[in-house]
Design a protein around this ligand. Sequence first.
Ligand code: ADP
Length: 628
Amino acid sequence: MARKMKFKAELQQVMEIIVHSLYSHKEIFLRELISNASDAIDNLRYQSLTRPELAGKEETWEIRLIPDQKARTLTVRDNGIGMTREEIIENLGTLAKSGTREFIKQIQAADKKDFPELIGQFGVGFYSAFMVAENVTVISRAAGEESSAVRWSSSGQGEYTVEEADKKERGTEVILTLREEEKEFLDEWRIKEVVKKFSDFLEHPVILVTKDGEDEEKTKEETLNHRKAIWLRPQSEVSEQEYAEFYKHISRDIADPAKIIHFVAEGRLEFRAILFIPAKKPFDMLWHPVASGLQLYVRRVFITAEFEKLMPAYLRFVKGVVDSTDLPLNVSREMLQENELIEKIRKSLVNKVLNTLEQMKKEEPDKYLDFYREFGSILKEGVNTDWANREKLTELLLFQSTRTPAGKYTALEEYLKRMPEGQEEIYYLVGESRAELEGAPYLESLAARGREVLFFTDPLDEWLAGSLGQYKDKKFKPVDRGELAGESEDSEALKDKEKQFRDFLEFLNGKIEEVKQVRLSTRLKESAACLVAEEDAPSAHMERLMKRLGHEGDFPETGRILELNPEHPAVAALRELHAKNPADERIEKYGRLLYEQAVIAEGSKLKDAAGFTGRINELIRKNLVLGE
Ligand code: ADP
């Protein structure tokens, strides 16, 4: 006898939302039903470990999808654990699910147009069938039940019926009578598409059963999913090629990955993960700068690929899958955001990745360098965002320097090892490229004293040094800013020179208005002059960058300091001329030329290019024609 029963109030609420408010993302119903079927199989498989009689002598575990165009039904059939009458009433008549209340609250508060989003992320389980079906019938026979099967049926309108049924095989069959406008889910291609999207790595085969020709009895079968949940297999049994194929499948990359990290977390936190570090920056990184590259599975069921909480943004280039045993399947995006399990998984993943990079840097430096060239600028973001791993990340940084051959890099640790005695700071110079920086006058005296200078050619480097401040007690010091500490004997000599040059400098200080100050330099060896900034000012490079970005107006002109090399013959000669005849007009002219060559050396533009050319031409003429 069929018995009419009412859904529990809360469930009725959910069903109304499902039936009346959803108009897209409907395909997720299939994901939900397949995942229930798969759970039912897993459940039986597990129980039959201790009670072999439950499963009988088979088993080939299977999930079958059977579309029937004529009847407009889609059937999802499994040979899993099945349900008794009591179980079906309990499971499909009430909402025991955790998070339902939360879900209802959210959906009630949400804008109608966000519903599909919400529901897509939440997964409403079995009841999502009512998004596409005008009637859902479930016929089930529990494992180990000799006698009766049970039929559950509902149109989702507040009531369902339960009655005895006839079913020979154990398991559950969910029969959806599709609404007229949802007929697409009977189409082979549509079914294939959805299975591929959501259940490709499901362990159990999802078999599509279709009619073969006109003969009603004849059917053909096709397994739709690849079933390659390779993260479930022991690492030793997965070949490099399989990893590579899997990587390419999830990343759409055509190249092999640079590194594969396959691991299983056991104990209080249970999950499996395969992470890949790509060899090349994917071009879509430009379009999706923050998207995560990880897919989250819960017990082999695909949950989401758009969940950035599993990996911090600075590791967004990492691709892979994470399969958690502990998370509930019906977890919503919002719940995930605050889930402390996720937090723990993330910590563990980050650790793995950073350790792998560390190891790579130590054992395969060339490979690490290749990686760093591709992703270094993204990784660097972590120094300022992941405080817990700041030290580790700092050790992963690489820079070119005056000591590395072009194209090779050094880590800070190595820099420190090479530091000569008496050096107290880590020197760096900011600029566009190594080629530009190599010729910079700021390096001259440092090079002569055997001091290494790091080339900061990545726009983030300068910001990084600023935020780090120091590395193992050694401060970062820009060599084109502030005072540069010389050797102690130098500073004695410099004091003498300063006396000698005082009047000359005073004269120039009054004449060259473009600079804040003219002073003697400890930086120079070959060059006559250079421009430096105040210690805390942004670098010339940064200033040019901001100007290029159109921030000229809101970027105050900081004013440079002109430094002269007292040892340089041109500077010395000019000083002598000033000592002899301070009124000689050439002093200002040539002094200006010193300033202008410093502007050029810095890589900045001359404001008065015509004036500069005039002065140079005059020099040539005087030298060649007049022989002065
Ligand atoms: P969830 O799967 O998230 O628990 P559902 O609403 O999808 O929620 O399903 C409710 C319950 O119904 C399941 O927990 C399970 O016990 C039972 N169930 C659903 N589908 C099947 C099935 N194919 N075989 C056996 N039991 C099922």
